[in-house]
Design a protein around this ligand. Structure first.
Ligand SMILES: [Zn+2]
Length: 91
């Protein structure tokens, strides 16, 4: 019985570690915002990549990262942000 526990325990620990890694990865993922929510349209914000002032329009490229909406000057910047959001967001 003890032997079995010795075999199972590392697996359980590995599983728990893998799960928490997955959760960390999930929070580090940014997703493309298909359309800015109505509440954001007309508001002023700063581009998530270059920091320029952006007034949000229906066509403004946006992304969601860690529950927050980010907007960008153009789709290229949005794509760069989505690929590695942690590079652009200050912790
Ligand atoms: Zn920009």
């Amino acid at each position: 019985m003890k032997k079995l526990l010795l075999i199972i325990l590392p697996i359980l620990i590995g599983l728990a570690t893998a799960t928490s890694d997955f959760a960390a990865d999930q929070s580090a993922i940014a997703t493309v915002l298909s359309a800015p929510p109505a509440a954001d349209i007309g508001t002023k914000t700063k581009c998530g990549v270059c920091g320029m002032n952006v007034r949000v329009k229906a066509s403004t490229p946006g992304a969601v990262y860690q529950g927050k909406d980010y907007y960008f000057c153009d789709a290229n910047e949005r794509d760069a942000f989505v690929q590695s959001p942690s590079m652009y967001v200050k912790k």
